[in-house]
Design a protein around this ligand. Structure first.
Ligand code: SAM
Length: 248
């Protein structure tokens, strides 16, 4: 039996998540995140999507291409859902660090869009890093894929929003400058990303750390924690020399 398989991406995901810190841990937790799958030739053909308009959601199969490809899998992982303390087996988790670093996400689809020569599928609510290679797109079929009686183990319920998010006067002004026509839904996006607590699970052990930065599009979003309130203090372009960051 052939034990090696070679696949090529059919497209690349273009999402607001230009850094891993801030990406929600599952799809549809941040519904304001609008993204698209830019199809690569020879898959950029409308006829390959004929019939999809009747489906509200699609499955994306993708490669965890950042930091997960170099044999980085572990038999046990510490899911953020368990506070980053307790371990479970990799096959009982949705960790990106797996023997074959392939992800699956069900997201809303909003149809095809052609810009010049480029064809893209518009999606919302993804949990994918910008630039993620997409291996396949399949319709979400409710009668087969939704299992109302399913048990969710240690992740049974949808995580609740953890923080109430507000904006300083300066951040509010900057937000309007950066999203003057509201097309990027920046305010809702920032609120939803921070509300779900993007910090690593172990951060609860460091209550003295209260200042954080997430990156969305080419913007740095600075915020500070005070109990269950998060105040966004600054929304500014990423300095051109900046490298990826988690928290400061
Ligand atoms: N829904 C998918 C699944 O269950 O297979 C992904 C779940 S995984 C827990 C979600 C995390 O994967 C995100 O929070 C982000 O940190 C990470 N991630 C997303 N896109 C990635 C990429 N292209 N490369 C590496 N990590 C990525």
């Amino acid at each position: 039996m052939n034990r090696r398989f070679e696949f090529e991406p059919i497209g690349l995901c273009r999402s607001p998540y230009t850094d891993k810190f801030g990406i929600p841990r599952q799809p549809r937790l941040v519904t304001a995140a609008e993204a698209r799958i830019e199809l690569l030739p020879p898959y950029d053909r409308e006829e390959a999507f004929a019939g999809l308009d009747g489906f509200s959601h699609v499955w994306l199969l993708f490669v965890f291409h950042q930091d997960c490809l170099e044999g980085g899998w572990r038999a046990q992982v510490r899911p953020p859902r368990l506070g980053g303390r307790d371990k479970v087996g990799v096959f009982a988790s949705r960790s990106p660090y797996r023997p074959n670093p392939i992800g699956i996400s069900a997201v809303a689809q909003h149809g095809l869009e052609r810009q010049g020569k480029r064809l893209a599928l518009r999606i919302a609510g993804a949990d994918l890093l910008d630039g993620t290679p997409i291996l396949d797109i399949k319709p979400y079929v409710p009668y087969a894929d939704a299992i109302p009686e399913a048990e969710g183990g240690f992740a049974h319920t949808r995580p609740q929003a953890r923080f109430q998010v507000g904006f300083s006067a300066q951040a509010h002004r900057q937000l309007i400058e950066q999203d003057a026509d509201g097309r990027r839904r920046l305010r809702a996006l920032i609120e939803q990303v921070i509300a779900q607590d993007p910090r690593p699970g172990y951060m609860d052990r460091y209550p003295e750390r209260r200042a954080f930065v997430v990156q969305l599009y080419a913007l740095e979003i600075h915020w500070q924690l005070d109990g269950d309130r998060a105040l966004v203090t600054c929304v500014r372009p990423v300095p051109s020399t900046s490298v990826s960051k988690t928290e400061r």
